[in-house]
Ligand binder design. Structure first.
Ligand code: NAD
Ligand code: UDP
Ligand code: UDP
Length: 323
């Protein structure tokens, strides 16, 4: 590696968010080491970077120790959709907990700054709305979502203990629902499900009445928020919410997708999964104040771009142009 260039490790770099982060870091001039075990990641997401002189990929599972020399670590590795994280819940906990210990050990030895991709799921099914960082959450410790929620909560604990005990330079981002190109077409998340269903002319599956809410952030906005957090002064450890406060019901999301794709798919109801949060919306006052950050891509625009991406992946002509 050339001296003077920032060397950045991105765990989970072949995933949805990680691959966009690799793109942005390379564009900013960094050396990027992408570490991934390809559990949910896809080589397609990083194929365009294969010949990039400052990009390197290592197949590795972060539940095992990793000895590399870096200046910054973005710890993004972890399956993120309920379908994927519930496939092997014990491995999900190990990735969050053992993975955090290993990456924090690496940060401690090298003196690297380390950012944790935490989640709005640490708030569980929230009783306070919108959720500020001070809210301690309402999480079921023994339910089907717990491997993810409690794993991420424990990772946050480890980050703050390594910070207090070993002076590791940490940043914890609580990421809210994010969507965009390179989402997995079949990971069961609502945005990808609805778009794929609409493009294939299949029924749109509303879980429950569709009255539950989420707040969807376009991927480019999210990556900008993470990079600003990493670049912020040392005292800005977080946890800090990064998400889009524009809240809508799942039913309204379905209507948007139908309108933008021109599809005529019917809406069908399916049972609501256990512990599915009723509402979710970030309070992003801290991100605005401390990072000067807020989302800029409106839902309609982000959905158009995402629909265009999925139409390409599925080889489906759009009934209505996405732009
Ligand atoms: P993703 O599944 O696309 O990416 C995760 C990546 O981590 C994949 O490439 C996967 O192969 C890799 N991985 C999983 N376990 C690993 C292990 N043990 N060792 C090495 N690599 C491993 O998911 P994403 O949506 O890009 O999410 C990235 C991060 O952001 C996750 O930590 C997730 O919890 C967090 N997050 C995402 C969202 C969202 O809406 N996408 C919301 C909140 C938090
Ligand atoms: N570790 C790692 N890479 C490093 C340094 C440490 O993967 O460059 C792992 C190491 O295997 C250890 C963990 O990080 O299990 C925690 O490290 P720490 O120094 O906190 O603990 P210790 O080594 O004292 O158990
Ligand atoms: N959902 C839905 N239909 C689907 C997939 C998801 O109605 O085909 C609902 C799901 O029950 C939840 C919301 O959409 O209330 C968001 O689900 P997702 O899995 O995308 O994210 P999370 O629940 O982790 O926020």
């Amino acid at each position: 590696m050339k001296r003077g260039r920032k060397r950045v490790l991105v765990t989970g770099g072949a995933g949805f968010l990680g691959s966009h982060l690799c793109d942005r870091l390379l564009a900013d001039g960094a050396e990027v080491l992408c570490v991934d075990n390809f559990f949910t990641g896809d080589k397609e997401n990083i194929r365009h970077l294969a010949d990039h002189p400052r990009f390197e990929v290592m197949r590795h599972d972060i539940t095992f120790p990793l000895y590399v020399e870096v200046d910054e670590i973005y710890n993004m590795a972890c399956p993120a959709s309920p379908v994927h994280y519930q496939y092997n819940p014990v491995q999900t906990v190990k990735t969050s907990v053992h993975g955090a210990i290993n990456m924090l050990g690496l940060a401690k030895r090298t003196g690297a700054r380390i950012l944790q991709a935490s989640t709005s799921e640490v708030y569980g099914d929230p009783t306070i709305h919108p959720q500020p960082e001070e809210y301690r959450g309402n999480v079921n410790p023994v339910g089907p979502r717990s491997c993810y929620d409690e794993g991420k909560r424990c990772a946050e604990t480890l980050f703050f203990d390594y910070h207090r005990q070993n002076r590791v330079n940490i940043r914890v981002a609580r990421i809210f629902n994010t969507y965009g190109p390179r989402m997995h077409p079949n990971d069961g998340r609502v945005v990808s499900n609805f778009i794929v269903q609409a493009l294939k002319g299949e029924p749109i599956t509303l879980y429950g009445e569709g009255t539950q809410t989420r707040s969807f952030c376009y991927v480019d906005d999210l990556i900008e928020g993470l990079m600003r957090l990493m670049a912020a002064p040392d005292e800005v450890t977080g946890p800090i919410n990064i998400g889009n406060p524009h809240e809508i019901t799942v039913r309204d999301l379905a209507e948007h997708v139908l309108r933008l794709t021109g599809a005529r798919s019917p809406l069908v109801q399916k049972p609501l999964p256990a512990d599915d949060p009723l509402q979710r919306c970030p309070d992003i006052g801290k991100a605005r104040r401390l990072l000067g950050w807020q989302p800029t891509v409106p839902l309609e625009e982000g959905l158009r771009r995402t629909i265009g991406y999925f139409a390409g992946v599925l080889g489906v002509p759009l009934a209505r142009p996405a732009d």
